[in-house]
Write a protein that binds this ligand. Structure first.
Ligand code: DX5
Ligand code: ZN
Length: 228
């Protein structure tokens, strides 16, 4: 099943609760929260305090994408604030295996994130210890960037690696996703699509989300027809 994780990075923060309810009612599966520290990425966003407020507005799982150095220092705080999934970048921590264990000990699903230039080889040794791999299809730091066209090829290679290693990891994709490329990334192996500006960049985020779901499902339907 294809799942969508709208990213509140592009939401109207003066009406955050209302916007989250709109996408929840329209069929969102997660709420994606982009956490940036101004060091690992050249932007600053939100911390556990905002996650706590998001938690009060939705029953959907909160997917915290940590673009921060030394994520170990903040895992417990995000879990306590209500995050259900926490992902980290391997370049931002010295001991990735320990960081992933800390996420699980905090009661959350653990994810590892691959930047566009980060090779799959960097996660080979942990692929069986993660619940999901988040593949960046833009360089992290900002919403509204252009989708990097080589990403579907990386998704296909990641799908193979997951199969070879006997991992149960799901694949999430993040950056520049919209109705125009949703079917392509799903066909290449993505299970969860993060979408910021293609959902919250519209006056009716619920309608925009429904259009995205329909576009993504085109690929799933084509895939099942091909398998028959
Ligand atoms: C970028 C963030 C993304 C961002 C995606 O660093 O990780 O989650 O919100 O925004 P769009 O969908 O506009 O590319
Ligand atoms: Zn993100």
């Amino acid at each position: 099943m294809i799942e969508i994780a709208p990213s509140i990075l592009s939401a109207d923060f003066t009406r955050l609760g209302e916007q989250i309810s709109a996408v929840e009612q329209a069929g969102a599966s997660y709420i994606h929260v982009d956490v940036m520290d101004g060091h690992f990425v050249p932007n600053l966003t939100v911390g556990p305090f905002i996650v706590e407020w998001v938690r009060k507005t939705t029953t959907l799982p909160i997917d915290a994408h940590l673009m921060i150095e030394n994520p170990d220092n903040f895992i417990a705080a995000f879990a306590k604030a209500g995050a259900n999934l926490i992902s980290v970048h391997p370049e931002a921590t010295y001991h990735l295996n320990r960081t992933l264990a800390l996420i699980r000990q905090a009661g959350c699903r653990a994810g590892v994130v691959l930047n566009p230039a980060t090779p799959l080889a960097l996660i080979e040794e942990v692929i069986r210890d993660v619940d999901y791999v988040l593949v960046m299809s833009v360089n992290p730091g900002f919403g509204g960037q252009k989708f990097i066209e080589s990403t579907p090829d990386k998704l296909r290679r990641l799908r193979e690696l997951i199969a070879i290693k006997g991992s149960k990891a799901r694949i999430e994709i993040d950056g520049g996703i919209g109705p125009e490329n949703a079917a392509e990334v799903v066909a290449a192996g993505a299970d969860i699509l993060v979408a910021g500006s293609s959902v919250f960049g519209y006056p009716d985020p619920g309608g925009a989300l429904r259009r995205l779901i329909m576009a993504a499902e085109t690929a799933s339907n084509q895939g099942s027809m091909l398998r028959v």
